[in-house]
Ligand binder design. Structure first.
Ligand code: ZN
Length: 112
């Protein structure tokens, strides 16, 4: 387990829709902005990813650059479900998945 994963084992301290994306504070030292369009493209629901093969079926061109998250719900204690401005709302984003994105993908911006 990497250092950042160890520090981020717990649930987020806060989740908020901010100007450019969804901001997640994992703890005092780890806060990240997940840009809206980037996060929309990570959707892994059955409408965006083929369940049997894991193949992406979401047509990237159909996602507008100005898409925003309108609202989100916490799902149990393991994920958030996001309502997008294009009406899409079936995607569940597990916290573990969001942590991995923060750790591995430069598109997720660390904020100080
Ligand atoms: Zn989806």
């Amino acid at each position: 387990m990497s250092l950042i994963e160890e520090k981020m084992k717990q649930l987020p301290e806060s989740i908020a829709i901010t100007e450019t994306g969804i901001t997640i504070v994992w703890d005092k030292k780890n806060s990240f902005i997940y840009p809206f369009k980037y996060l929309r493209l990570q959707c892994s629901c059955a409408g965006c990813v083929e369940e049997m093969t894991g193949k992406k079926i979401l047509d990237v061109k159909t996602v507008l650059d100005n898409i925003i998250a309108v609202d989100f719900l916490e799902v149990g204690r393991y994920a958030i479900q996001i309502l997008w401005s294009d009406g899409h709302q079936t995607g569940i984003y597990p916290f573990e998945f969001l942590k991995k994105l923060a750790e591995n993908d430069q598109a997720v911006m660390r904020i100080k």
